[in-house]
Ligand binder design. Structure first.
Ligand code: ATP
Length: 361
């Protein structure tokens, strides 16, 4: 897509203490988010956690029971949707089948008092922006899913809104098109500098596209952070489990910088003395050797091995903790040792272990 287009004013969006119930069902509880000007924030979470309801409240298509919405200095909490200055793109293409691509895009401008020539010029700019100038006169039925979503995007952006709202915009597309469009959409959004909120339940999509992710669970935000921090330093066990793969080990107590698990003790960076809890670490943080290492090395047996091309995924049973399995992922390049049978030594680096005191299994 071309990117020489800039008439968008970048403004922040602030969401303060939003609450929403449908009948007796509380769907959003005290949700607050500050989206910076030009930032792309993904609302991510399992089905039913309230992502779409929050997006619809931002759009004014649903009314919050409590809380406030600010777009820059403007309080839009009670503004009509047409007065909120956003463009929106849904999962379904929602194009008019009897209008051409160009007519669909100019439809987005019909509420503006523009001259015919201005409208034509603007439509041409938008066609160029999304790389569809060559098919301006085709009808939606003649386009692929990816092309239809680009038309939808051009229509949403045509009036130069200050905010772009995306509701699972790629979930109806096949995997290859989706991956391609992700990158296009992201670079377009960056070039325009348009503040964007996108709903997705696809963690990979959120990871590659978002400046920050608001990870939601049961109507609340569990963590609002960069993709790296969400992955590396999950704030709650829910976040750790939702994103990527998680290993868990129960411990009985902590003292002198160590967590005690039955006969084992593992060192952690910065752990206060305390009672029971759970240790978390990512599979790729574990090291596999055929000799014990200096610290946090524990004896284990490989019970399963999957070859995933660039890495092995090993399931290992810990010798000293009954019925305790961990998953380790190691690069196939770096693995000179045989990984078939017998004992291995698993090292859990202290900096990669995170403790969740008191967390129930
Ligand atoms: P999904 O990923 O499945 O779309 P979501 O996280 O976007 O889920 P929402 O669509 O916001 O979740 O729905 C949150 C909850 O609110 C669900 O339990 C849903 O059934 C309920 N809900 C949403 N809209 C309404 C409505 N208009 N009336 C009653 N209940 C609703």
């Amino acid at each position: 897509m071309a990117s020489s287009f800039s008439q968008i004013s970048t403004i922040p969006l602030s969401i303060h203490n939003i609450g929403k119930s449908f009948g007796k069902q509380s769907v959003l509880s005290d949700v607050s988010l500050d989206v910076n000007a030009g930032e792309l924030v993904c609302l991510l979470g399992p089905s039913g956690c309230g992502k779409t309801t929050l997006l619809r409240i931002i759009a004014g298509l649903e009314k919050q029971d409590s809380g406030r919405l600010m777009m820059g200095p403007r309080d839009i909490s009670r503004a009509h949707p047409q007065d909120r200055d956003y463009g929106i793109l849904f999962q379904s293409y929602a194009l008019f089948p009897n209008l051409t691509v160009a007519q669909n895009i100019s439809y987005g401008l019909s509420t503006r008092n523009l001259l015919r020539s201005e409208m034509r010029e603007r439509t041409e700019q938008m066609l160029e922006l999304v790389g569809l100038s060559a098919i301006a006169n085709k009808y939606p039925g003649q386009l692929s899913g990816g092309q239809q979503q680009r038309v939808g995007l051009a229509r949403a952006l045509a009036p130069s809104p200050s905010l772009l709202l995306l509701d699972e915009p790629m979930s109806a597309l096949d995997a290859k098109v989706r991956e391609h469009l992700r990158h296009e959409l992201r670079s377009l959004q960056k070039n325009l500098g348009i503040t964007t909120v996108m709903v997705t339940h696809d963690q990979d999509e959120a990871m590659v596209m978002a400046d920050r992710i608001a990870l939601m669970n049961q109507g609340r935000i569990e963590q609002f952070d960069t993709p790296e921090n969400i992955y590396r330093n999950p704030a709650t066990p829910f976040v750790a489990n939702f994103i990527g793969q998680a290993n868990w080990l129960d411990y009985q107590s902590t003292s002198q910088g160590k967590a005690h698990l039955g006969p084992l003790s593992l060192s952690l960076d910065n752990i206060p003395d305390g009672g029971p809890g759970r240790l978390f670490c990512r599979p790729e943080a574990l090291r596999v050797d055929n000799l014990p290492q200096a610290s946090n090395s524990i004896a284990a047996q490989i019970v399963d091995k999957l070859f995933l091309g660039n890495r092995y995924r090993l399931t290992v049973a810990l010798e000293q903790l009954e019925d305790q399995h961990l998953v380790a992922e190691i690069s196939t390049d770096l693995t000179a040792m045989p990984l078939n049978t017998g004992r291995i030594w698993l090292t859990l680096p202290s900096h990669s272990l995170q403790a969740f005191p008191g967390a129930a299994a």
